[in-house]
Ligand binder design. Sequence first.
Ligand SMILES: [Zn+2]
Ligand SMILES: [Zn+2]
Length: 166
Amino acid sequence: MQLDISKIAASSAEGEKLVFDSESELMPVCFCGNDFIFPGKTKLSGTVTNKAGAFFLEMKVCGVSETLCARCGNPVRKDFDFNLNEKLIKSGGAADDDAVVIDGFNLNLDEFAVNGFLMNSSAKYLCSEECKGLCPVCGKNLNEGDCLCSKEQSDPRFDILDNLKF
Ligand SMILES: [Zn+2]
Ligand SMILES: [Zn+2]
């Protein structure tokens, strides 16, 4: 979602606030080897305030993310809900390490939302803490049941056969 803040950008608008409340379809993103998609709508709401030559974005982001389990590769869905605060300054102004430099007065709120999501997300996603992953030999998803490879290794009868000499 694009937010036009030119209404509060004039110097005479000091202290003025722009309120927004909308829903966005966020684009998929790849981060640290994880592909994230955002099924459905993500809720973006908050304010932008013109204060002391900068703009302060306070936004609440609320939605659903989907990525693949790091062990078994099945899709994992997670709700997310976080707040972000950013100080924004116009390009060409005084340097400020804490601020995000913006070009023009159209804010791409989706971009802020996705960046905030990535900062709040963990490196590894599992479908469950107990996920057994895939068999390294045959590739079967071990959450759906044991495969023959693991039986061969754990079944003592096979050890006896191995030890028989003909
Ligand atoms: Zn899994
Ligand atoms: Zn197997």
